[in-house]
Design a protein around this ligand. Sequence first.
Ligand code: NAP
Length: 521
Amino acid sequence: MMRNLPSYLGGRWIEGAGARQTLFNPATEEPLAQVSSEGADLTAALDYARRTGGPALRALSFAERGALLKGMAQALQAQRDELLELAIANGGNTRSDAKFDVDGAIFTLTTYAELGAQLGAQRFIIDGEGIQLGRSPRFHGQHVRVPRPGVAVHINAFNFPAWGLAEKAAAALLAGMPVLAKPATSSALVAHRIMEIVVEKKLLPEGALSLLAGAPRDLPALLGAQDVLAFTGSGDTGMKIRALSNIIRHSVRVNVEADSLNAAVLGPDVEPGSDMYELFLKDVLRDVTQKAGQKCTAIRRVLVPAARAATVRDDLVEGLRALRVGNPALDEVRMGPLASGAQLADVREGVGRLAAEGKLAFGGAAPLAAEGVPAGKGFFISPVLAEFPQDAPAVSVHAREVFGPVASLLPYSGGGAQAAAIVARGNGGLVSSVYSDDAKFLEEIVAAIAPHHGRLYLGHPKIEMPPGPGTVLPQLVHGGPGHAGGGEELGGVRALDFYTQRTALQGSRPVIQKLLGIQPT
Ligand code: NAP
């Protein structure tokens, strides 16, 4: 009999009723589990988190909450092999893709555990310096941040079931807010196993972490003024959530991480064959194919000086041709399938749009005979490189992200202003990267594209073991304006802003300083 995935709500495991959705191995199409969220009392589950998990977390200091995160990181590390196997089976991940997700989760939890230790025993986060407000130094102001007494709902995308859950939960739990996480259904096995580990090992106070397996139903519509909602997924779903009447009426804080047409720009100074050029090629090839391109930070638009476009195209095509696509359970395979049949249909349609506006230099939407799977099985697509002439009026390459192993080559004149104008056509992104050693070019392009991004990656061959632009680090912010959803996550202590209220305290300086445990001045 196939396994049913229960939700963990209100401090217990609950199996949903009614019609079930099936989770598959996307390489073999073998069904792995079934899930339904029908019948679960979501209102009661949110209340339980607010009433039980919230007070328990807020009774702890930052250092103590940090210690809880450390416990989670250690428990995931101890079960790492099992989590990797699940990611390979349910996510279409190669082992390397699976490590990217699971190790990313462990690293992020560890980073926030350390931050908790640094914040120590303080109850309030002190926000900036105290301010003298009147003629007398006695009238004093101090901004502080305090945890919200609601619940943090986290709705995650299918591509990072471990990291997505951990990076959001780390910030909320450290801030003192209980979490109700809803992983994307198609790849939920990894997040579900993490929840089981947390429950089995009693790693968190009761009510601090809940998990809704299956469809979200009306979850966002149940949130109120002290609750927050962090969402990662498509811009369309983000828009629907933002438009809900309770979200508008109660000013519910919503953070959206959506689609992004990230760019990589090769500077005019970079000679083919140089270390900088090789780094650029490596980063582009990795980003297009890692997790079969299903990465919100993947490079989608590759900008190269027109004079170098043919060379770059030939080098990228050579790299893509050498890639082995197939069952990610095989060691020699470098790229697995897309996560679901729906994703495959979506990506094929996107490749069709690019082919209609430009030209395919490599790959296409046709069915792919993948290694190590029964003929005709699996949601596979070949990597795709589309190319466009300089100054092409193409629209879709700048407007619609194709969430698969797909990138487009866009020649520019070689000037920073023109490259920046092309990058800006993406209308807001998570991260773009620039590869150049020309100080003038860098100054021009960085200033021009920074307002359109949450993060800029300046690639340089002298950096040892560079992670590439696609790796989100917990110390730096993740998010971006416009098309990317306008959200911001992570960024060290900045991540706590979303889960806390900034309050300005006004009053007598000694009283405020005593209250906050600040040395009298
Ligand atoms: P999605 O359909 O927006 O789903 C994302 C999450 O939202 C899933 O957990 C989904 O649950 C849930 N959801 C769906 N409809 C909802 C609603 N009305 N209210 C509340 N939650 C809802 O996106 P996707 O299927 O993961 O991917 C589609 C596209 O999103 C991709 O093609 C890509 O362009 C973009 N994407 C962006 C990122 C990023 O990190 N920026 C990551 C992944 C995808 P169910 O799974 O149960 O439906």
